[in-house]
Design a protein around this ligand. Structure first.
Ligand code: FAD
Length: 410
């Protein structure tokens, strides 16, 4: 076993006062009430409409988000930096599908890149494609790629010619998507080019499998374009998909340039399974958690074998996978602070992993979501749901908080 333990709650919660911990304990306990969880988003809307936004801000928002604006995140950035934990600013407004919102989101992402430039407290920036172009366009483009009518971004023009053979209504839909795609692609290119010219590493988040094909195409192109001398653009690989370990292998085998991968298990399991059943196709998700864990750990090993060309971010709250990362680094005599291997967790979760890793010299980044309270409700709802079972994540967070409160009592 590696010479590190995640059990030291003193290190994990050094930055939290007793009051902070008691508040967190209350919050995690409240996730136990299923009706609160079910009606949470509606309640939140009512609370905001009544002008009582501060109720949300003082509770769940403060646990999981850095602030409403980049400036408000500054306190979080500084306190994480004190423990040598980097901040990954994640503009987390979701569910808006208008062109003006896509433009504003792209500008916000570019602001995070400007702030990260030359700033060692912000080791990465991150964004989601669905933040800068319509979901349905990504679905459509992914289908075109799967059907083989688009093999690369360049061949998009050919597929427009191909659209002439469609009937009028198909052709109108295609033209609308093509326009959205062109606008989104332009924003994507500007974000990646800015990251490159500012020497800021950039994660492209992974999303649903039926839009991921288009996201992969974009991320792969950007890696080929910008990862000349090191990994600047990182694609995200979801190992709950049974085809992703092979995808990772193929990416490594079929390219010459530097590669960056954020490895995650995947966040859309229920949605993926439900869609597969309702549309009658084979689910892309592993049949059980063991298979996901096996592929996740195999992906960590695979990338660790290729560090001369591959950089990784181990994005997980799973103790074993983080320990595996540490163990492999030790075995290969890779120094703890080697920038090619990052560990990452979400703000407000798994501090026992993040702070114990950083305390032992490993490179750690916390995702710090931010945005207007009303815009981040979907994100907060997911965190609440994820922490709702007494077993799993919530049981663990609560147990660690209680352990630390007891320790402080002496
Ligand atoms: C820094 C960071 C970045 C992230 N970025 C992304 C991203 O870009 N895209 C994304 O989709 N997610 C992302 N996530 C979320 C991630 O995919 C997981 O949902 C979350 O981290 C929980 O998985 P775990 O490895 O932390 O923990 P664990 O508790 O060990 O694993 C839980 C995960 O295992 C999988 N799983 C659970 N039950 C089963 C089952 N019965 N069969 C098969 N698989 C199962 C699911 O993926 C579930 O989320 C990110 C997480 C972190 C920490």
């Amino acid at each position: 076993m590696p010479d590190i333990s995640f059990n030291n709650t003193g290190i994990a919660f050094a930055h939290k006062s007793k009051r902070d911990l008691s508040k967190a304990r209350l919050l995690f306990k409240s996730f136990r009430y299923s009706s609160l969880l079910k009606h949470g988003p509606l309640l939140a809307k009512i609370v905001i409409a009544l002008g009582l936004k501060s109720l949300i801000k003082q509770s769940i928002f403060n646990q999981f988000c850095g602030g409403e604006t980049i400036e408000e995140c500054n306190t979080t950035i500084q306190f994480l930096a004190k423990s040598r934990v980097g901040t990954i600013l994640d503009y987390s407004v979701e569910g808006e599908e208008e062109e003006v919102v896509f433009i504003a989101t792209a500008e916000e992402i570019q602001r995070t890149i400007r702030l990260a430039s030359g700033n060692s407290n912000i080791p990465f920036c991150v964004f989601k494609l669905t933040g800068i172009m319509p979901f349905e366009t990504l679905v459509f483009m992914s289908q075109c790629i799967v059907r083989g009518s688009i093999a690369s971004i360049e061949s998009l023009e050919d597929s427009i010619l191909h659209s002439k053979t469609m009937d009028d209504s198909d052709s109108a839909i295609f033209t609308a998507h093509q326009k959205n795609w062109a606008l989104g692609l332009d924003r994507f290119n500007r974000i990646c080019s800015m990251a490159y010219s500012n020497d800021v590493r950039l994660f492209v988040d992974a999303e649903e499998s039926y839009i991921q094909t288009a996201i992969d195409l974009l991320a792969e192109n950007a890696m080929a374009q910008y990862n000349h001398s090191k990994a600047i653009i990182y694609n995200t690989v979801q190992l709950y998909r049974h085809d992703r370990l092979e995808y990772l292998r193929q990416q490594i085998l079929s390219t010459q340039h530097f590669l960056g991968f954020k490895l995650v298990r995947g966040a859309y399991m229920e949605k993926e399974r439900e869609r597969a059943i309702s549309m009658d196709y084979a689910s892309p998700i592993h049949k059980n958690k063991e298979a996901t864990d096996r592929d996740y750990n195999a992906a960590v090993k695979l990338c660790m074998e290729q560090l001369n060309r591959v950089s990784i971010c181990i994005g997980t709250h799973n103790d074993e996978s983080n320990l595996l990362g540490v163990q492999l680094m030790e075995n290969k005599h890779i120094s703890a602070g080697d920038e090619r291997v990052y560990f990452s967790q979400l703000l407000g979760m798994s501090d026992h992993i993040s702070f114990n890793l950083s305390n032992s010299g490993y490179s750690v980044g916390k995702y710090v979501p931010y945005g207007p309270v009303s815009g981040v409700i979907p994100y907060l709802t997911r965190r609440a749901q994820e922490n709702s079972g007494m077993s799993g994540q919530m049981g663990r967070e609560l147990q660690l908080i209680e352990q630390e409160l007891m320790r402080r009592k002496g």
